[in-house]
Design a protein around this ligand. Structure first.
Ligand SMILES: Cc1cc2nc3c(=O)[nH]c(=O)nc-3n(C[C@H](O)[C@H](O)[C@H](O)COP(=O)(O)OP(=O)(O)OC[C@H]3O[C@@H](n4cnc5c(N)ncnc54)[C@H](O)[C@@H]3O)c2cc1C
Length: 349
């Protein structure tokens, strides 16, 4: 991955190197554009890398099942022939408009200035910070965790997971065959997670406690938690307490970019994925339009639309339609397209 320089000129800057931004980088490369990806995280992959790298994903077209980490690796490999610049560990903070050529300058939290003729925002849920546990948050890193990046480290451990959403249930299912025991504690009767996952969890060996709360965290190192169910307390052996209460998402500086926003969370786009600012597009979880479905599969289609429309925005003579990529001769066995249609490019400084 790339080191930051103090300034950079690209055709397209993609803000957010999650799955959707990564696929956008591939498509920008196919259209002959110089592209950079900016992300506040240290690794590409967005929510997948941060929250569920080991989970199997079943609803990406063409993959009956693919592990999160593998999908991200594939996306990085798919874009690699076009040498996108990765500007990681830095947040996009400022947007300046009104360059003589109609382009933009984005400033990052490390002081990098990136000039781009078009911007595609694939910022997902923005920067995400895990919701803290009401009890036990002070032990974060000492038995209490928010993420499960390496499930194998839970072998032979008793694990208690707190939460009722997708992350909680997914981690329960992921850890069930690995850990010594898995207990899920949810303060409501019904889970918010995908119904199929909940059904699989109920049929598994996961100990499911609903209308329940962790009332005390015991031992340092952690050895057990006290759980209150209907006013009664029970002691449960726990070497790890996984707090999966969701995330506080914040678009942060993007809120001040002058784009039309709904609920301070989503950028309004039209059918070309254009935001309210000409030349700025959005795709993936961050964008909003009637009927929007927040899935990886839909984000991939949206970003292909965004990139191809950005091409026509930058070069009004160019077609939005890229042609069928199988028309291009692959340059290697990985099947990277050969000489795609080029658009007038700005080059990288
Ligand atoms: C536990 C869990 C399980 C899931 N399972 C599935 C599933 O099975 N199938 C499915 O289709 N979807 C699933 N999802 C949803 C899926 O992960 C999202 O739809 C997908 O990640 C959206 O991709 P994205 O690229 O739009 O955004 P993200 O993955 O959120 O990536 C956005 C990136 O933008 C960066 N960013 C944000 N703001 C800035 C800024 N100002 N400057 C720099 N960088 C910024 C963030 O750091 C992040 O890396 C799941 C989600 C969770 C939490």
């Amino acid at each position: 991955m790339d080191d930051a320089a103090s300034s950079l000129i690209v055709d397209v800057l993609i803000v957010g190197a999650g799955p959707v931004g990564l696929f956008g980088a591939y498509y920008a490369g196919v259209r002959g554009l110089n592209v950079a990806l900016l992300d506040s995280l240290e690794e590409p992959g967005g929510q997948i890398t941060a929250m569920y790298p080991e989970k199997a994903i079943f609803d990406v077209a063409g993959f009956p099942a693919i592990r999160g980490r593998e999908l991200v690796e594939n996306l990085v490999r798919q874009a690699a022939p076009f040498a996108p610049r990765y500007l990681l560990g830095q947040q996009a903070v400022g947007l300046e408009r009104g360059r003589a050529d109609g382009g933009f300058v984005v400033t990052s939290s490390t002081g990098l200035r990136i000039s781009a003729r078009s911007i595609i925002i694939t910022g997902g849920i923005g920067t995400f910070t895990p919701r803290p546990l009401p009890t036990g948050e002070d032990r974060l890193g000492r038995g209490v965790v928010h993420f499960v990046p390496k499930p194998q480290e839970y072998a032979e451990l008793d694990v208690v997971i707190v939460g009722g959403g997708d992350s909680a249930v997914d981690w329960a299912l992921l850890l069930e065959p690995i850990a010594k025991s898995v207990t899920i504690v949810h303060r409501r009767a019904a889970f918010r997670a995908h119904p199929h996952s909940v059904a699989v969890m109920h049929a598994s060996s996961v100990n499911v406690l609903t209308d329940a709360q962790v009332s005390s965290v015991l031992g340092d190192p952690l050895h057990s938690v006290e759980v209150t169910v209907d006013g009664e307390t029970a002691l449960i052996s726990a070497h790890r307490l996984v707090a999966a209460l969701g995330f506080i998402a914040n678009l942060g500086p993007l809120l001040d970019w002058g784009l039309e926003i709904v609920q301070r969370r989503h950028l309004v786009v039209d059918t070309t994925m254009a935001t309210s600012v000409p030349g700025v597009y959005a795709s993936g979880d961050i964008c909003e339009y009637p009927g929007k479905v927040r899935l990886i599969a839909t984000g991939f289609g949206e970003v292909a639309t965004a990139v191809n429309n950005a091409v026509a925005f930058m070069d009004p003579g160019a077609s939005v339609f890229p042609g069928h990529l199988s028309d291009y001769a692959p340059t290697d066995t990985a099947g990277a397209p050969g000489t795609p249609t080029t658009v007038n490019t700005g080059g990288v400084s």
